[in-house]
Design a protein. Structure first.
Lengths: 339, 311, 327
């Protein structure tokens, strides 16, 4: 297992939706994802953080081929992602799996856990009929469930156990890639730690690569080898978890990091003004500029590109962080939008 | 709001056009009108003359347009039995039907809604169970059975009320009850579940937490929200004011639109059947339109744009 | 001596015979900020819903809740209606569904003003606008005529706070007020609550599952487990030196922001089901310090250090928690 081999590369993904304002309003184009590029290495985890509406889940679904990007492309194991529904796509899909936020919703209430874990084996014709019970048992054990729990139904399990069952099902096809969309946010603190440990164990054992989507920076740091921070459909900063958490370069990342509730610390928090961004009313220039405490006039006009900062090679999309503009004191519309 | 209104009205009109078209197609599919009206052994020349006279040899789309414009003028053809305009025949039956369905509607609303609200507010109490038991009974027993039972008890056994006919208000009591009880049962169940749903909402807890007394919280916070789903079923009941009494009118030999329909179908009096069909469709569509507009009034979420989308 | 603002003693609650609260003792002083932390189902929300008589009718509630010395548990409805919103206000987790969707925001605020301050008409409307201004609502006057669905989650939570302030309460109970909100908005709301408290001297009870949120907002923390308070101490003490192994376990399960990344010290297993509680300490089956004595009886909340109480027969000595966390 080499840590440097690229498993998946996504280039300039764009996903637009048309939505109506109100039931009969004029259709408006919403750019959920607006030019996102990602690279996932084998056996490693990329953390994707951001607030609701930043496009992180849509990005995850595109990576899995559950949604087709309007432009841009995805290469998985150096092959271009085939169109959904084709036999090639299905073959490729067996090498990827998804873990969802709500394990109860992801499981079928009417089937027992064993049947649901066996399902991907049947769909993808893995193993023989005779050895399936053995495989299911091994899968359940590998996620810390007892083999006798195969006969339980989802509602008979606790939240943490359900998430283990979802993970067992996801691992059935021995995937190369696991997309985890907020896998722990519906769980209690003590159970979150169990599931995070389990995901790390699985990765060490099987070498699966993960896209770990979360709004929780602590969890992302715990799980990831690299972190990408998203804001309104774009990656605004990317780097090693400790770089991003300890000295964030982008003002948005700075605010996110300072908002991490932290025992023993009081005050010193950057409180952003305004509401979380609305993809329908996307500001011109840098999408973050109306809430940015250091926005300069150029920020309202030009979209900053994600590029290496000359100073230290950090990947950041910000005119100010790049040293292209002097830090301003925010822009006048702040006063109007201030909340 | 104007846009909302315009869209709903045009949708209602479109539905009516579809219904009229459907009626036309069904009429054509049911056989050659010439053969239906003239007897099958009529001389071929007579049939040819009939076809010529009624334009049955014209292209089908011309016939359709003619049919459409006739309906627009209120000309729905003549009854084949006595040659009177179908619309006249139907119109003179409407008051009789409304004499049953309007009081029945009042019973449905006056009994069903309060019973549903009461049952929801006293969930699992004896009263709730009793109301729901009655509601299930009223809901599952078909109206002709209920009607016959009422006749057996009140007309045959007790002799308090007549079992059929239309001579006095006393004749209307049993059919009105038959119609009203079934509908009230449906409405009670519906209102109860709508109310229970609303009572469990977080905003009810908020209202109580800010010190709103229970009765006032029910009145001002629960009822307006529970009204939204309830309006649907009430709209359906208003929509079936004309057509909802077919069975009951037959059971009680009440000379309303429903009975006319039964007789017309038996006689293959197509013009009359079609006229009733269009009339019923028109009432349904108008009731639906009113319901849609009421939604807009009751639920602000339908009036204006939601905020933003999520990715 | 004046009694504490709220004094809860031996509060119990059960649904259909299944206990949710097993005897909660808690007092809140005037102007104090107290946190109630614990995982879902531990009874932290039920405690305050029970205290204010907001549980559904099938709940069986017992014990005592005194507000300024006067019993309010099972008080007549008219008394409770004056307390709720007037002296003790409450805000909830999901602001969007906690506001009535068919009423304008202004009306929902003025309703509270009418109930508790006898205001109506233009005066009430003006006061509602002032309250919205107070909670940092942009364009407050126009928002009075808006409906909840027209606002974002954070703005709706501001409205909830404005509504709670309408009755000038002595205590605000905030039940997971930021859980449904984005991180940056959570920061705004916490800041707002702190600011209001500074200005008005109102007491605050913050119910949360998030130890970090609690640490920054409150002076005193009560940790709940399986329907009881298991540890009670100053916020700073709890994070430095938790005495109850459960509290220590919760802290250890939190991924660190710095230092080496290694497997988290997860608490094994889950909370016992309410109908299958062990006879002794409910945490015993998961506890690394478990000894035979733990299974004998439910430990009582007792003093382990000045102003620091824990319900444990083998509380962690000071300094031991660090070792446990890094174990």
């Amino acid at each position: 297992m080499t840590g440097d081999e690229t498993l998946l590369h996504a280039q300039d993904l764009v996903r637009r939706y048309t939505m109506r304002r109100g039931m009969f309003g004029r259709p408006v184009e919403v750019r959920a994802v607006d030019g996102v590029s990602l690279t996932l290495r084998r056996g490693q985890t990329l953390g994707l953080v951001g607030e609701s509406g930043c496009g992180k889940s849509t990005t995850g679904r595109m990576v899995l081929g559950l949604e087709v990007p309007d432009s841009g492309g995805i290469a998985f194991a150096n092959e271009r992602m085939p169109p959904p529904g084709t036999p090639e796509w299905r073959r490729l899909r067996a090498r990827m799996a998804m873990v969802y936020q709500d394990p109860l919703g992801a499981l079928d209430r009417r089937l027992d856990i064993g049947t649901q874990v066996a399902e991907p084996l049947e769909i993808h014709g893995i193993g023989t009929r005779a050895d399936r019970p053995g495989r299911v048992e091994a899968l359940l054990r590998s996620v810390g469930l007892r083999p006798d729990q195969a006969r339980r139904y989802p509602h008979e399990l606790s939240g943490g156990q359900r998430q283990r069952a979802v993970l067992a099902r996801a691992l059935a096809t021995s995937p190369d890639l696991l997309v985890c969309d907020e896998p722990i946010s519906a769980l209690d603190v003590s159970i979150q730690a169990q599931v995070m440990n389990l995901l790390s164990e699985v990765q060490q054992r099987s070498g699966v690569a993960m896209l770990f989507i979360s709004h929780d920076l602590r969890a992302v740091r715990q799980m990831s080898h690299r972190v990408a921070v998203m804001y309104l459909g774009r990656v605004v900063e990317e780097g090693e978890p400790d770089e991003v958490l300890h000295s964030p370069a982008h003002p948005y990342a700075q605010a996110l990091v300072s908002a991490i509730p932290h025992p023993g610390r009081r005050g010193g928090r950057i409180v952003l003004r305004g509401d979380p961004p609305n993809p329908v009313a996307r500001p011109a220039g840098c999408a973050f500029h109306p809430r940015c405490p250091v926005a300069a006039s150029v920020c309202a006009r030009e979209v900053p590109a994600l590029k290496r900062r000359p100073l230290d090679g950090r990947l950041v999309a910000c005119h100010v962080a790049q040293g292209e503009a002097a830090p301003g004191a925010g822009l006048p519309q702040n006063a109007m939008e201030a909340a | 709001m104007l846009r909302f209104l315009g869209l709903r009205v045009s949708r209602a009109l479109l539905t009516m056009v579809l219904v009229v078209t459907f009626a036309f197609v069904v009429l054509r599919l049911s056989g050659d009108p010439a053969l239906l009206i003239m007897s099958a052994d009529a001389p071929p020349e007579a049939i040819a003359a009939f076809r010529q006279a009624w334009g049955l040899n014209d292209p089908i789309w011309e016939q359709y347009l003619r049919y459409f414009s006739a309906i627009f003028r209120g000309d729905l053809g003549q009854s084949m039995r006595d040659g009177r305009p179908a619309i006249e025949l139907v119109a003179e039956r409407i008051p009789a039907t409304l004499a049953l369905t309007l009081p029945a509607l009042a019973i449905k609303l006056g009994l069903g809604i309060p019973a549903g609200i009461y049952a929801a507010l006293h969930r699992n109490s004896f009263a709730d169970r009793a109301v729901m038991l009655l509601a299930v009974a009223g809901f599952t027993v078909p109206s002709f059975v209920l009607g016959l039972v009422l006749v057996l008890v009140f007309a045959v056994q007790l002799g308090w009320l007549p079992s059929g006919g239309q001579e006095s208000w006393r004749h209307a009591v049993l059919p009105v009850l038959t119609l009203g009880i079934g509908g009230a049962a449906v409405l009670a169940r519906f209102t109860r579940s709508a109310m229970l749903e609303v009572l469990g909402q977080p905003y009810m807890r908020t209202a109580l937490a800010k010190g709103v007394p229970w009765a006032r919280a029910v009145r001002r916070h629960a009822l307006p929200n529970a009204a939204i789903p309830t309006v649907t079923i009430v709209g359906f009941m208003v929509g079936s004011l004309l057509a909802g009494a077919v069975v009951v009118e037959s059971v009680f030999s009440w000379p309303g639109v429903g009975r006319l329909l039964v007789v017309a179908v038996a006689n293959r009096d197509l013009a009359v059947v079609q006229c009733i069909l269009l009339l019923v469709a028109a009432t349904m569509v108008s009731a639906n339109l009113v319901v849609d507009l009421l939604y807009g009034v009751l639920d602000p979420r339908l009036r204006s744009a939601p905020r933003g989308a999520t990715a | 001596m004046r009694p504490p603002l709220v004094e809860i003693t031996g509060l119990t609650a059960a649904f259909d015979g299944v206990p949710a609260l097993r005897g909660v003792d808690l007092s809140v002083g005037r102007g104090e900020a107290v946190a109630l932390v614990g995982e879902s189902g531990c009874g932290k929300s039920v405690t305050w819903l029970a205290a204010l008589g907001l549980l559904p009718g099938k709940a069986r509630v017992g014990g005592s809740v005194r507000l300024d010395g006067a019993e309010i548990l099972h008080a007549p409805p008219a008394t409770l209606d004056r307390v709720r919103g007037g002296r003790v206000a409450m805000i909830f987790q999901d602001p969007a569904s906690s506001l009535n969707p068919v009423h304008r925001l202004g009306r929902q605020i003025t309703e509270a003003l009418g109930l508790h301050r006898g205001m109506s008409g233009a005066a009430a409307r003006e006061e509602a606008r002032r309250l919205l201004d107070r909670v940092g609502m942009p364009d407050a006057r126009r928002r009075l005529d808006a409906y909840p669905h027209e606002l974002s989650g954070g703005q709706n939570q501001r409205v909830m706070i404005a509504m709670a302030l309408a009755g000038s309460p002595e205590l605000l109970v905030a039940d997971e007020p930021t859980t449904a909100l984005d991180v940056t908005i959570q920061a705004q709301i916490l800041e707002l609550l702190a600011e209001i408290r500074r200005d008005s001297g109102m007491a605050l009870v913050l119910i949360s599952h998030d130890l970090g949120v609690v640490a920054e907002t409150c002076e005193r923390v009560c940790v709940m487990y399986a329907g009881r308070i298991v540890e009670e101490t100053a916020a700073s003490d709890l994070f430095a030196a938790p005495a109850h192994p459960y509290a220590a376990g919760l802290l250890a399960a939190l991924p660190p922001i710095d230092g080496p990344r290694r497997p988290l010290a997860a608490i094994p297993g889950g909370v016992p089901e309410p109908w299958a509680m062990p006879p002794g300490c409910p945490y015993a089956p998961r506890c690394p310090r478990h000894v035979a004595g733990c299974d004998v009886a439910v430990p009582r909340l007792s003093t382990v250090a000045p102003a620091h109480r824990a319900a444990c027969i083998r509380p962690l000595p000071e300094g031991a928690a660090r070792e446990l966390m890094s174990a």
